[in-house]
Design a protein around this ligand. Structure first.
Ligand code: NAD
Length: 269
């Protein structure tokens, strides 16, 4: 129950009804007897400046998760951001300091890696392909760079976007080999779809079947798409004998990172 004493966190985006964070956080708060609650805010873009001013003055609000379409637009408006959020020009979580300053980070990539590690993916010295170089693909690619992969390939239907992300990664990780093309999927330890392809009932695959037939059984194949849980890509990969990771696993695995940044949960939950 929300009381006068309850401290709040929020999630902001538009639309907002589909997000799972309020259920996940409020369940954790209730199970751990915390006087904390998460509210969901469907915000019009015309209200962004007023929203930030309100956040700065909102004394019983500890922080705010940021989702589509505000991750990029809010990043430059905060009072400080982490090095990775600065490089990605995108935030998915904001902490309100006691003096009202708003600090941002992007933990999408951490969530992805937490989930991948549960499937045995080490990162260090491994080779990965990220398909889709938008908000989530960039965050995953950056986290893979931080985790010490030896080779990282970026694919996108927009070669401009892929090259722009490759440039950010080469700048941030000078020893990392970054590619934007690849002969087959056989050399990868990890293949991740970070594009929306496969969402809903579309049945679409993010890569051509002929390419997917080159997957090795030892490769971890992951999708960021949360609905359906087993996307056409994951279905195909399972048939090829690959281990698969769902978008829901990634979303769940970053709860602790989001909560810890806002100061409302431990890192491991
Ligand atoms: P975005 O629009 O910023 O980026 C998508 C990118 O995919 C674009 O660069 C686009 O050009 C590229 N793309 C589209 N079709 C492609 C194809 N066939 N091959 C290669 N690239 C292609 O979107 P985003 O914010 O990065 O979100 C991507 C997906 O991630 C959405 O479906 C979103 O719901 C999901 N998501 C999942 C989680 C999670 O925790 N599981 C978190 C956030 C977002």
């Amino acid at each position: 129950m929300i009381r006068g004493s309850t401290e709040l966190v929020a999630i902001v985006g538009s639309p907002i009804a589909q997000v799972k964070s309020p259920e996940n956080f409020n369940t954790w708060f209730a199970q751990h007897d915390k006087d904390l609650a998460m509210i969901a805010i469907d915000l019009a873009d015309t209200a962004l400046d007023d929203f930030l001013a309100t956040l700065r003055g909102w004394r019983n609000l500890r922080g705010c998760v940021v989702t589509v379409p505000y991750k990029q637009v809010l990043a430059p408006l905060l009072d400080g951001v982490s090095a990775r959020a600065a490089a990605l020009r995108s935030v998915n979580v904001i902490r309100r300091e006691a003096d009202g300053r708003l600090l941002g980070d992007n933990v999408d990539g951490d969530g992805f890696l937490n989930a991948a590690r549960l499937h045995g993916f080490i990162g260090h010295g491994q080779r990965a392909l990220v398909v889709g170089s938008g908000g989530v693909g960039s965050a995953i690619a950056y986290a893979l760079g931080e985790a010490g992969v030896s080779e990282l390939t970026i694919a996108d239907v927009s070669s401009e976007r892929a090259e722009a992300l490759a440039a950010i990664l080469r700048d941030a990780f000078p020893r990392l080999a970054v590619h934007t093309d690849y002969p087959s999927l056989a050399g990868f330890d990890l293949v991740v779809n970070a594009s929306p392809v496969g969402m809903g009932g579309s049945g679409e695959l993010p890569l051509p079947v002929a390419q997917l037939e080159t997957l090795r059984a030892g490769t971890l194949v992951a999708d960021v798409v949360t609905s359906p849980e087993i996307t056409p890509l994951l279905d195909f990969a399972q048939c090829m004998g690959c281990t698969v990771q769902t978008g829901a696993e990634m979303a769940f695995a970053q709860l602790g990172n989001l909560g810890a940044f806002m100061g409302v949960t431990p890192q491991q939950i």
